[in-house]
Design a binder for this molecule. Sequence first.
Ligand SMILES: [Zn+2]
Length: 385
Amino acid sequence: MTADPVAIACALVRCRSVTPDEGGALALLQGVLGPAGFAVHRMTFAEPGTAPVENLYARIGTEEPNLVFAGHTDVVPPGDEAAWRHPPFAGEVAGEVLYGRGAVDMKGGIACFVGAALDYLAANGGKPKRGSISLLITGDEEGVAVNGTVKLLLWAAARGETFDHCILGEPSNVQKLGDTIKAGRRGSLNGTLIVTGRQGHVAYPERADNPIRGLITLMTALQAPLDHGSEQFAPSNLEFTSVDVGNPTVNLIPAEARARFNIRYNDRHSQTALKALIEHRARDAAAGRIHYALEWQPSNADVFVTRPGPFTDLAAAAITEVTGCKPKLSTSGGTSDARFIKDYCPVLEFGLVGQTMHGVDECAPVADLVTLTAVYRRIIEKYFE
Ligand SMILES: [Zn+2]
């Protein structure tokens, strides 16, 4: 296998690695990294009720600092394959653009880092000048994320592996390669509000207790602003996603009404404090008159933030040198595996341009793959200077 990032990206796209299937993607990486001198470990993690998932950890060098690149080879399903102009798992390059599921999210990013690392090693006699370079690659990011990075990090810690800084290669850029580093992500929390009343005839509301009235009162109270944002984050937001009564009868007041909601929250809240705040608001609005319950779904998506400092400066400088762009430090968007990595070392996210991810005809311009490889190469160079 070659060290050419575009060839590696094409080959990875051809692996049908829809979560939880490995699809040959990790074997392919092992085949590239092993011969280049990396110690490669392949682990399958499992848990009752979930599909077992394969993962990979590769390291070259034994010294500190250990710069780790994190990513995932699994992809979301292609949807209707007939809707694609280029088959989702063909790995075709047409008009200097690589098409296929995972081209952007994030097989392309992995290929670029592998290309950059191999090029750096080749220029330094096959070894890092100092320290170590590692890759932490999971096959369980797009799914439930139970048998992936969480367990991979625990496995690594149990072996005594330590990480100094991490680059997660998710597609962080918005319009143009170099415009955005993700230096944090909001947390995500799901809950259900259940109001109970008393069923009765709609013509005699005084004999019933309509839970829909109570639900509206509580929903209004819960939609009040949570904060005004913080230094690095937009304001937190609670959004109702469903209101459910399920009553097919026109002359019946129902006995129960529920509403589901999601909260995207910033670093002004911990999960515990946020739940307490919502429970307090519900209690105040219910004023002892509305009978309700709040149920929380378990969430492993806590907020994370990497403060601006030498590591973000180093990455930003490398990006500017290669692309001419001054990247913005952003905390927008959904969650990523950075929420797990942040407990082990500072992490930032920088990868391709996210426009087409998860879409039909997901694609990455070859020029972006070349540029991203150059950015990673420059980051590695500066990091071990
Ligand atoms: Zn991704």
